[in-house]
Design a protein around this ligand. Structure first.
Ligand SMILES: Nc1ncnc2c1ncn2[C@@H]1O[C@H](COP(=O)(O)OP(=O)(O)OP(=O)(O)O)[C@@H](O)[C@H]1O
Length: 633
């Protein structure tokens, strides 16, 4: 992180300014030139939140959240936003962009709010591309308001809300509105927000995950918002990548913004999360179930674990397979009702279960997304009951979602693109924490994997692999589970998968209704419903639930012990379902020396990760040459 350089750049949007304003902007640009130099100095000595000029109430709130020092993007962006500048901030995933805009936004509202009369419409709009992000940003802003003990009100709106729900939400004259762009025109059309009131009140507009807003089809919605944005409104555009869409939005909405971006020469490396150790395992498509079983059952990867698959059916197949071995997991996909999805995310973040199987939006084809949109428009069509379950067009698992304390991301299926890979692994190693990723790569995914590897390879050292073979699973350990895994995999038939998927959806629709009422009454209660319940009606057989010790290869046993020790050192000893994640908040993370992924050598002596004597290129140990099936059941 320390070597990242942010380069402020000024940008004149001459179409929207008159002569006087141009003169002011020329002056501003001169000042900006001075700021640029100042910025370079700032990078050498990292600033504290106090030095950035933040209000003491916000600093206290951050301390309560266990956040002590600003990330780089926060150091760069906060002073400019406090000054009132329009800002475009591009920083890699997990770099803390949300607080980079929320903290100064709240501070500005503190001072604007003191003693003044309530405005007829919100003073700040925060527009995000998905409902999950909406919920996440709303939760963050609400907790800051609560911790600061100020009289500000935030609300979230989603386009699935009825006009009367929207009216109720806005009735308390909130200062902050968090929503997807589609909601704003809906509010205008339903008469629950007046465009003139918005023009009068709006002081700050934030477009978060800006690079996604246009590709998610919000262009028309954004145009109808921009037409009423007052010239004095401060606009902030946050994004993880540079794209033509960001440029388009910048031109559409911002005035002479400060552009905080990565210096060009570091761009690629800086886009990749640097706190994530990346590993891979080569295996056939059929053997993926066997390998994931070995990873989880032999506990050679740290919990909590986020597992990505490309299709919803495969997610159910994996869940059914794992539960036969007593491994409970939950499923997250765009087919589930919104309340269930939000609840699953909250429970996972609160530490109620350790394994989440997610289908990310990359695996939704454009056609599926269009279908999803079409389905949404047909929402009231009662004859449509028997149609395929609809996918939510506003669903996005990967982009921007802050899964808390994920230690390992497993790519059960490889993502469709390099960007997809970066966003998936970016769900761990967020801000100042560290994590690891393990990708299971089958021969037909090898080409895409090579693309990812060559993208990640550093320009200076083309031969050094950033994604190294996974060192903690020996071939023996995997083979010892083969017979059981293959036997169980056969029992998870296509029909069983289909039935489970339908059953789960039915349950979640019922849950969703209960949750709606429940969330309204107890927004913070997480214990109503569990999402990691078994799908299968039969309990796992004892011999599958507990792998007998004689079956486990000694080297893998040693690795597993080290992973457990590391977890204990990290204060992560709770069993799944314990819900104790929150208490671990301030515990120190493991040092490099105690991380077995960094130190374990299946051959005995200490070494770094990567190859080693007796280790195959795919990362599994072959020292005793045994690849035979062990029929043990
Ligand atoms: N200064 C900080 N110190 C420690 N943790 C932080 C700090 N700032 C933010 N975080 C935490 O880091 C995590 C990632 O932050 P955030 O979601 O804002 O990243 P992001 O840059 O928006 O990522 P993405 O592009 O994926 O949305 C959050 O859990 C947040 O609470």
């Amino acid at each position: 992180m320390g070597k990242t350089k942010y380069k402020p750049v000024e940008d004149v949007n001459s179409e929207v300014v008159d002569d006087v304003e141009i003169a002011e902007e020329v002056e501003e640009q001169r000042n900006d030139g001075e700021e640029e130099e100042e910025e370079q100095k700032q990078e050498e000595t990292p600033k504290s939140f106090e030095e950035l000029g933040l209000d003491s109430r916000l600093i206290r709130a951050l301390t309560k959240k266990g956040i002590e020092k600003p990330t780089l993007i926060q150091q760069s962006a906060i002073p400019y936003i406090l000054e009132g500048k329009d800002v475009v901030a591009r920083a890699k995933t997990g770099s803390g962009k949300t607080l980079a805009y929320l903290l100064p936004l709240l501070q500005k509202l503190f001072s604007a709010d003191s003693g003044s009369k309530k405005k007829p419409a919100p003073s700040a709009f925060i527009l995000v591309p998905s409902r999950e992000l909406c919920q996440q940003v709303y939760a963050e802003v609400s907790s800051l308001i609560e911790l600061c003990r100020v009289q500000l009100k935030a609300v979230q709106l989603t386009s699935s809300m009825s006009a009367s729900d929207m009216r109720n939400a806005l009735a308390g004259l909130p200062e902050i509105l968090v929503s997807t762009p589609a909601c704003i025109p809906k509010c205008f059309a339903a008469g629950v927000l007046e465009p003139t009131a918005v023009s009068e009140s709006l002081a700050i507009l934030v477009l978060d995950e800006a690079d996604l807003l246009l590709s998610y089809g919000y262009e028309d919605n954004l145009r109808s918002v921009t037409s009423i944005i007052p010239r004095r409104c401060q606009c902030l555009l946050m994004s993880a990548t540079t794209s033509s869409d960001v440029e388009k939005l910048k031109k559409l909405i911002l005035h002479n913004p400060i552009v905080l971006t990565l210096t060009e020469e570091n761009n690629k490396e800086e886009a990749v999360p640097s706190n994530v150790q990346q590993f891979w395992i080569s295996c056939s498509a059929q053997d993926k179930l066997l390998h994931i079983l070995a990873l989880l059952k032999l506990e050679v990867v740290q919990k909590k674990i986020l597992i990505f698959i490309n299709t919803i059916d495969m997610g159910f197949r994996l869940k059914l397979f794992l539960e036969k071995f007593g491994i409970k997991s939950a499923i997250l996909n765009g087919e589930l009702p919104q309340n269930s999805r939000l609840h699953i995310l909250e429970q996972f973040n609160a530490g109620l279960f350790d394994y989440l199987i997610a289908t990310d939006d990359n695996s939704q084809t454009k056609k599926q997304k269009e279908e999803a949109k079409g389905e949404e428009n047909k929402e009231n069509n009662k004859n449509n009951k028997r149609s395929k379950p609809k996918l939510d067009a506003e669903f996005g698992v990967v982009r921007g979602i802050d899964f808390k304390k994920v230690h390992t991301v497993i790519n059960f299926d490889m993502p469709q693109s390099v960007t997809g890979y970066i966003h998936r692994i970016g769900r761990t190693g967020r801000a100042y924490s560290s994590g690891s990723s393990v990708s299971l790569v089958s021969p037909d995914e090898m080409e895409g994997f090579e693309d990812i590897k060559s993208f990640l390879a550093s320009d200076k050292n083309k031969d050094s692999d950033i994604i190294t073979p996974f060192p903690l699973l020996t071939e023996n350990a995997v083979e010892s589970l083969r017979y059981r895994a293959e036997d169980v995999a056969k029992s998870v038939t296509r029909i069983a998968v289909r039935e489970s998927r339908a059953q789960d959806l039915r349950n979640e629709i019922i849950n969703s209704e209960k949750l709606k009422a429940h969330f309204e009454a107890n927004p913070r209660d997480l214990d109503l419903l569990r999402h990691d319940k078994p799908l299968s009606k039969t309990a796992p057989a004892p011999h599958l639930k507990d792998i007998p010790e004689y079956l486990v290869d000694p080297k893998t046993q040693e690795a597993s012990k080290m992973v457990k020790l590391a977890r204990a050192a990290m204060g992560n000893t709770r069993r799944s379902g314990g819900g104790g994640g929150r208490n671990n908040k301030n515990k120190k993370r493991s040092r490099k020396g105690s991380d077995p992924l960094k130190t374990f050598n299946p051959n005995g002596s200490k070494r770094g990760h990567g190859g080693g004597v007796g280790q195959k290129k795919d990362g599994r140990d072959s020292s005793d040459g045994s690849t035979k099936k062990q029929k043990t059941v």
